[in-house]
Design a protein around this ligand. Structure first.
Ligand SMILES: [Zn+2]
Length: 77
C-alpha cells in the first residue's frame, strides 16, 4: 500500500516538472519573432538604417544617434 502512495507522489512530481518545462520553452520567445517585419528608417545625417523604435527624432528628421541630430540641426537640447 505504501508503494502506491510513493508512485502517486512520483507521478505528480513528474507531471508538475513537465508542465513547468512546457511553460518555459526557451526556444520560443513570445511576441518578438525573427520573422516579424520591422519598419526601418534611414538616418538623415549618415543614412544608416535602423529600426523605427530606436531612432532619435529631431525637428527636421530622424537620426541614428543624438550626435547626428546635433550635427544636422545645430542645437543641443
Ligand atoms: Zn547617423
Amino acid at each position: 500500500m505504501k508503494f502506491l502512495l510513493v508512485l502517486a507522489v512520483v507521478l505528480v512530481a513528474f507531471w508538475i516538472w513537465r508542465n513547468n518545462r512546457l511553460n518555459e520553452r526557451p526556444g520560443a520567445p513570445p511576441p518578438r519573432g525573427p520573422g516579424k517585419p520591422v519598419a526601418m528608417v534611414a538616418c538623415d545625417h549618415c543614412g544608416t538604417h535602423l529600426p523605427e523604435a530606436e531612432v532619435v527624432r529631431g525637428q527636421q528628421g530622424v537620426y541614428c544617434c543624438k550626435e547626428h541630430r546635433r550635427q544636422n540641426e545645430g542645437s543641443s537640447p
